[in-house]
Write a protein that binds this ligand. Sequence first.
Ligand SMILES: [Zn+2]
Length: 525
Amino acid sequence: MAPHATGTPPPSSHPYTHAYPITVLASSRAVVSGRLTSATIVINTQTGKIISIFHSVLSKSDFPPGTPFVDHSPKILLPGLVDAHVHLNEPGRTEWEGFWTGTRAAAFGGVTTVVDMPLNAIPPTTTVAGLKEKVAAAQGQCWVDVGFYGGIIPGNTHELKLLVQEGVRGFKGFLIDSGVEEFPAVSSIDISKALTELSDSPTTLMFHAEMIPPITDSVGDDVQKSLPPLHPSGPLTAYKTFLDSRPASFETYAIAEILSLAHLAPNLPLHIVHLSAIEAIPLLREARARGVKITAETCFHYLSLAAETVKDGDTRHKCCPPIRTQSNQDGLWDEMTRDDDSVIKTVVSDHSPCTPDLKMLPPRLAGETDPANVDGEGGDFFAAWGGISSVGLGLSILWTEACRRGNPSVEDVVKWCCRNTAKQVGLEHRKGDLAVGFDGDVAVFDDEREFVVEHSTMLFRNKCSPYENKTLKGAVVETWLRGKRVFTREHGFAEKAGPPGQLLLEPRTATAKAHKKEVEFALAA
Ligand SMILES: [Zn+2]
C-alpha cells in the first residue's frame, strides 16, 4: 500500500532546515492518495521525491526564507498522468513520431510518464537487441519519464524473460494483423508458449484483442451456402463500411480465445488493450469472478467520439478496433463508473500517429483551402493508417466528456489515468499518486479553462487528430517531473535545462519490501 500523507499540523519549528533543497506546491484542491483534499506538498528537489504532505494549505512563512512556494488554489494538484499506451515510433519511423516531440506533447497535458509500445519503431521491441536500439535512440530526448513494453511475435519466446530482466514493463501481442510487417500476429500456439514462459515472471501480458473468426475451407454438409464475407460491403470512404468490417464479435472472439488459454499462467496478470466493444464486458466480468487475473483498458477516443458523427472520408477517426456507436460509448462509461468492480481499470491514449499522407485525408480535411481542389480523392478508410493522435490531450478530453455527462469526478480520472495505469506497468511504488516517497510528478490542472485544439496545442509531430478544432474544457497549466517544473502554459518548456526525462528500466520486481526501502531512502536523503 502507498505510504499515507502525514496529517500533522503545520510545523512550528521549521523541520525543513535540512541541507537539501525543497520546493513546495499547495492548493485547496489536490488528489492525494486518491482523495480530493487541501494539501501542501513538499518535494526534495535533489532526489525528486515527495517528502511531506500536509492536509491543509500552509503559508510561505511556514517554510525557511527563500523556499520556493506557490499556492495554486483553486487549481487542482494531480499526480502526473501515466499514459500506459503510446507509440513513439523511433527509431525507424521517426517521421511519424519521436521521443522529443511525443514526450513534449505528453508534458503539455500533464502526462509525466509514457510507456512506449513495442511496434511501429524499426526494429520492434521483440528482442533485447531491439530494446537496446530503442533505449539508445531515446537517450537525452525525453521531456517526461519513459518506459518500454516488449512484443510477442511468433518465434521470440526465448527473448521474453531476458526482456523482463532488461526492464520492459509488460508485453503486447496481436491476434490480428498489426499493420506493420515486422510485428506479425500470434497464433494460439504462440500465446500458449508466451503464457508458459512468463507464468512466474513479474510482468503483464497484454493483447490487441481483435480476431477474425476462423473460416473453414470445407464444410461437411450444406450448412453454409454463401461465400465468406471477405470484401467490404459499401463505399470505402463511408465510416459505416469500415465499422461493419470490424464487428464487436472480432473482440469477443479474441477475448474468448485468450481466456481459454489463461489457465496456463494463473498468476500472470493479463490485460486487454484498447477495449472498444461493450459486448466483451460480460466475458471479462465472468472470468474475473472465477479468479482469472485479467483487466482491460479503454481509450480517450472510445469515451468521447461516436460513429454517428464521423463524416465520410474523415480518416482521422480510423483506429482499430473502431470507434463504435454512441450507445457503445455510453456503455463504456456505465461500466467504468459502476459502484462495484469494473473490468475497465485504465484509460490511455493509444497515441498512434503517422504522417498525414498515410491518413489519406481528402483535400478538404487536409488543410486544402483552394476551392478548386477541395473535392479531390482520398478518405479511403481501408487504405488509411489506423491510429489516433492524442497524447497530452487525454486529461482534457476526459474532463470535457465527464462534464458533458454532468458528473465529473477528478478522483475517478486519477484512478483511471494515474494510479491504475501505474499499477498496470509495475510503477505503483513511485508513480501515479501524490504520496510520501513517490516521485514529485505533479500536474497543475485548471478545470475551468477552455482551449481549442489547434496546431499550437497539438505538440505531437504530425498535427492530424480528430480533435482538431474541438474546444476542450480543463487545461494543465504546469507540469512537474520529479520536483522540477518542466512546462508551463504561460512560458513553455524549461528549454535551458533541457529534457529531464529518465528511462524507466528498473525491472518489475518491486515488492512491498523494496518499496519501503525506497521511501526510507527518500526521507533520509
Ligand atoms: Zn496501440
